[in-house]
Write a protein that binds this ligand. Sequence first.
Ligand code: HEM
Length: 420
Amino acid sequence: MQAVQDSPVPDFVKNLQRVNTYEEVREIMTSRDFVMAGAAERTIFFEDTLIMSEGDRHNELKQLFAPLMSRQAIAYYELHLIEPVIRKVIEEIKGQPTADGFIRLDAVELVQIALTRISAYVTGVDDIDTPERTERFRQLVMQLSVATTGSFSKEPVERVLDKGRRAMTDLVDEFLRASLQRRIDLASRHHSGEIAADQLPRDVMMSLCLKNDLSRPDDGEKIPYVWRQSALFLTASIKTTSHALPHVFFHLDEWIKEHPEDRAKLTDVEFLHKVAAESFRLHQTSPARFRAAVRDVVLSTGRKVAKGEMVALHAPPANVQTEVFGDDARFFNPYRKTPQGIQPWGMTFGLGIHSCLGLNLVTGIRNTSDEKHGTHGTAVRIAKALYDLGAELDADNPWKRADRTLHDYFESMPMILRNA
Ligand code: HEM
């Protein structure tokens, strides 16, 4: 089994204070003395959205969007959205059996398409249902996603940002504007008493319409506010999950080779919850996150951060720190016991007020399949759907890692479905 290595970081990160222990990263992320920060693309695409706001404004937005990730909402999505979407996408992409009689598919493509449809629904983008519309929408969102973390691309950042701006314009023209207009009309019919609240769609754009929080005075000079909020939810959900989930299949493949006695557990949802959480711990969405100090600060470790200074939080090495996760912290072990107060995925979904709003959608409520309290989440549902069909990595067509980026993800992961 291979040990997980630290990802390289772009040059601008090397000029910032490097914070890479679990304790210090946690202290900063949960401190009121620090605010969200980052390279210029964060402002271009996400200014004034949930992730880039602080204090009362952040609370207000969190309350607005929290119902979209409530227990009731997740239970509804699981039954009516996630499960049917996964089944439909597998049918669409699996193609014909190859000469050996087996069906093959690319797990990266599967996760991206499924997440594209699920996230379009949660964001409030209508009619992402045919293969053609899904494909066009997926390509645009992925292009936009690369731009929202442009500093981590190996292409020149200005070129990446330009492509991202163009993708945003096309997304608005081809998909978002019509969906928003439909919701503006629904909100006005709701306010006039014609439509009850429970008849309205439950999504990000509808929530913004009902609150009448749709524009900013400087919208003419920037990517308009309402599209920035939509961009946040689309990129925060599709890119992250598509990057994270193939690592689960990779680690599980290695684990089963070394622990064949666990093969029978591939369709056991409790085991898959553990597997997914441990894999999430080992791979984060970004090699570094950023926070700026709002005043001169001295951390409990004695580290000094000046007012206005931006620090780089190297969360991936913190998540494999041996003092916290044990001597084998850089290795995959689904039976790992994490210390009390630390989630099995460490800080992969963030910590403090900006921690991931979509966590329940990914891991299920409480990361358990317990019928009474838990739900599965997209990760376990997709993994279970594949392993139910006898999925294995395709030894004849090896996976390929992404190489035009500093982000840690697979570009393709061919699988054979032995029971499809
Ligand atoms: C494997 C999948 C995912 C991972 C690893 C992940 C990770 C994260 C992390 C680390 C943060 C905090 C960033 C920071 O503090 O700098 C975050 C925030 C956020 N995530 Fe996720 N995320 C995932 C999926 C999703 C999904 C599916 C959604 C939406 C449906 C989502 C929506 C958000 C939003 C809106 C925020 C900002 C929250 C705030 O600032 O209050 N994420 N996520």
